[in-house]
Design a protein around this ligand. Sequence first.
Ligand code: GTP
Ligand code: MG
Length: 372
Amino acid sequence: MTQWFTETFRAEFDKQLDQLGRINLAIFGKTGVGKSTLVNAIFGEPVAATGIGAPVTMGSHLYLDKRGSLGVIDTRGLEIGKDDAEILKEVTKAVKQSRGKPISEQVHVAWYCIRGMDRRFEEVEEQFIQTLADLDIPVLVVLTQVPMREGAYHPDAVELARQIQAKNLPIVGGRPFMTYAMRDQFTGQPPHGLMDVLQATFQVAPEAVQGALAAAQAIDLGLKASQSHKVIAAATAAAAASAAIPIPFSSAAVLVPIQLGMMARLAQLHGMGFERAAVLAVASTSVATSAGRAAAASLLKFIPGAGTVAGGVINASVASGFTLAMGEAWLAVCQRAVTKSLPTVGGVLDTAAVKELFERELAKRLPRIRRS
Ligand SMILES: Nc1nc2c(ncn2[C@@H]2O[C@H](COP(=O)(O)OP(=O)(O)OP(=O)(O)O)[C@@H](O)[C@H]2O)c(=O)[nH]1
Ligand SMILES: [Mg+2]
């Protein structure tokens, strides 16, 4: 990979990652109810190699686990339902302290988990939820491990949910979410309810960290796509603005940071790190095979047929049309990456086939530009 590409893409990638930020989710509930199982089901198992490291202490029993654009806050060494007063004191202090900090350092949403078959909702749990709500943290009550048969939840869980709902607590949706996070190997009970929890969380999360949530979660590709389309639309508008005064094709370099920034953000929304994104960007566009910065003044040069732009001048509509097409084509590559369905030969990425995929998607949106 040539140095100019690595440097430019790295800079844009880091900038986008910074803007993507982090959603911080506080997870409470008695030990063994299935908090970790739920988190792993929605966000994917933490991979040791990409793990950011040891949890950060937020209080003597409050920990923040950073997993890329997700932060999970939970308690250790204290028991919910027993040490609630102490936990709440720490949570209150941590939330108040984080108020003055950047949005990515704040606590955004809380999940209060109760085992669906527990049959009991205690007074202390109610106080716990109330205190979180008083701190202006949206609280979802999640019933975990709720068995389901022929479309109906287990009656005991339904009864527990009814009791909780009757208390008119300040909780998201006014009622608990019924979930089952992981298939039971013995009974065959499949997971359910995860998408509802994710979507409700997305709805109540501050807009500034919704992208981080879309990036972190692993179950809703539609959410990744809708966030990607926002990014593509913004880049398309920026490209149009930068070419409001038509620019010669040879100096279309102004579009490079816009287009690379867009590609970086889409890669992040699909859970890709820099190395992977760079390899795929190079495979898709051949952008880095060129020798020097001067030759690579524009990504468009690497788009087959782009050189035939009428009169060699890029105006607002050409700039936005190309950026939109690149965004959509790159999104297709990212989607294949996240679903692990990129073309390979002998287990190794088939770069020629990736390029073909990218160009095929590109050609759909640029009917007048002929493929090479
Ligand atoms: N099959 C199945 N097992 C579950 C589910 N949720 C939890 N479990 C099991 O219940 C046990 C406890 O789950 P955890 O996710 O570790 O519970 P936790 O709330 O994180 O517990 P602590 O970290 O100790 O507070 C594990 O053996 C899980 O495999 C589920 O949805 N389906
Ligand atoms: Mg756990």
